[in-house]
Design a protein around this ligand. Structure first.
Ligand code: GUN
Length: 378
């Protein structure tokens, strides 16, 4: 089937929306947070727990990593990423347009594409809009992303402008090539282009107009959460959402903290992904409705209360703060697993709760209360 987006409700006090995205791999209720499963694994959580306890409608994979390992041929032999990792719900793959810049050394960006050095073995590779579309056909995600350049922060105006125009030309090449590249498996793939333009309002508007014109099934915003102050990020999201069509999902790439997510939902964003809940969990940082805590801290040593009284997953009530602190202090693998399940459970609870409040009509009041609460350090 062709991906479908249905708006189910909008908030009267903000631009927040609740909707559903339907693909061949099922329904995604929006707003949604997509756990990051970079190398065909959401680090620290196996698929059964992910499904039963965290229950996201969609997860994310990375073209850059999967292309390097296990490599495209293996994924094709497996019958695509869903079968390879035994995940029968939705998957979105990022194009590598971010990882090439953030992970690989010695990259050379040209009109043709990007030559980069693998962060694993130092071997050289080239990504072009064309081969990235082919790789994403082979991986077989339900939603695939345009190949773009993610500009750093701060970014000189002229560089941002030139880069944005190149991202637009790359978009045209992606679309042309995708039309010529057949689907590999028995289901459809939706293609999302990406708005760039750094922190310049005029460039963001220009880029959003160009991206909207492509008439894609959904649209993404990139180049944010790269070190700019949150207020600048929100200002960009706001102008871009003012231009992007209302009847298509909007995906803000690589964002963010629980507060960033609620503020951007209020500005009209429907989809998010970020390594923060999984990566920070592995360092002992837990997100809760009442603030963040470093579970490694001495103060939890003899606190036998549940990990999170309000938590939504079994780990929150099965284990105490003192126990998890102990697991971290003796370097047990289970520490990272428990913390990851807690954080992902919290992120998914947060977006589901946001959806409920949008549909109930009291999103803004709830959002402001939550932002205040979550700002604390426990
Ligand atoms: N992830 C976070 N930001 C970006 C971006 O600007 N482009 C891509 N492709 N992925 C991202």
């Amino acid at each position: 089937m062709i991906m479908q987006f249905d708006l189910k409700g909008t908030d009267s006090q903000s631009k927040a929306r609740a909707g559903t995205i339907t693909t061949d791999h099922g329904v995604i209720e929006t707003p949604i947070f997509m756990p990051v499963g970079t190398v065909a694994s959401v680090k620290g959580v196996h698929q059964r727990e992910l499904k039963n306890d965290i229950n996201p409608d969609i997860i994310l994979g990375n073209t850059y990593h999967l292309y390097l390992r296990p490599q495209t041929g293996i994924l094709e032999q497996a019958g695509g990423l869903h079968k390879f990792m035994n995940w029968d719900r939705n998957i979105l793959t990022d194009s590598g347009g971010y990882q090439v810049y953030s992970l690989s050394a010695n990259r050379k960006i040209k009109e043709e594409g990007v030559k980069f050095k693998s962060h694993i073995d130092g071997s050289y590779h080239v990504f072009t809009p064309e081969n990235v579309m082919e790789i994403q056909r082979s991986i077989g995600a339900d939603i695939i992303m345009a190949f773009d350049e993610c500009t750093p922060y701060p970014c000189d105006y002229n560089y941002a402008k030139r880069s944005m125009h190149m991202t637009h030309r790359w978009l045209d090449r992606c679309i042309n090539h995708l039309e010529k590249t057949p689907l590999k498996y028995g289901y459809n793939q939706a293609f999302f282009p990406i708005v760039q333009g750094s922190t310049y309002k005029d460039l963001r508007i220009q880029s959003a107009e160009y991206i909207a014109n492509a008439g894609a099934m959904g649209n993404a915003i990139g180049g944010l959460s790269v070190g700019e102050p949150a207020e600048e990020m929100y200002a960009m999201t706001e102008v871009v959402c003012g231009v992007l069509p209302e009847d298509k999902p909007r995906y803000l790439m690589g964002v963010g903290t629980p507060i960033n997510i609620l503020e951007n939902i209020a500005l009209g964003i429907d989809m998010f992904d970020c390594v923060m809940p999984t990566r920070n969990a592995r360092n002992g940082m837990l997100f809760t409705a009442h603030g963040t805590m470093n579970i490694k801290n001495q103060k939890w040593k003899d606190d036998f209360s549940p990990l999170d009284e309000m938590g939504m997953t079994f780990v929150d009530t099965d284990y105490s703060k003192a126990y998890l602190r102990h697991l971290f202090s003796v370097n047990e693998l289970l520490a990272m697993q428990i913390a990851t399940i807690h954080n992902l459970g919290f992120y998914l609870w947060l977006v589901r709760e946001a959806r409920k409040h949008i549909l109930a009509g009291d999103f803004s009041i709830w959002k402001n209360k939550m932002v205040n609460q979550m700002n604390k350090r426990l």
